[in-house]
Design a protein. Structure first.
Length: 105
């Protein structure tokens, strides 16, 4: 199982049904500190920015579903997947997968 910090289209139940044939349950709300969310041509992406934060949710994906999410996010063409630390609402921290727009895209 893989923990994924979702902040955009993967939070949409319609897209989840289309991709994974099920609606994903959010395991927790989380914040990614020192990153900022932008939208480019209707697609959200994040970039580092000290003092900013991105709100999102932690989704749990199986191996096959993580591969499907990679295809949806066009890894490695448009986005890359990295392990980053997020802060959960209870104050604890967790390292999770996060999709980041590739530089130059």
């Amino acid at each position: 199982m893989h923990f994924l910090f979702a902040y955009g289209s993967l939070l949409d139940p319609v897209i989840q049904e289309k991709l994974f044939k099920r609606t994903l349950t959010s395991e927790a709300k989380a914040v990614l500190l020192n990153w900022e969310k932008f939208t480019h041509e209707e697609y959200p992406f994040i970039s580092p920015k000290k003092g900013s934060q991105v709100q999102g949710e932690i989704l749990v994906l199986a191996d096959k579903e993580l591969g499907i999410a990679d295809q949806w996010e066009e890894v490695p063409k448009s986005y890359q997947r990295e392990k980053l630390e997020v802060k959960l609402t209870d104050g604890s921290q967790l390292k999770v997968w996060v999709y980041i727009k590739k530089p130059g895209n």
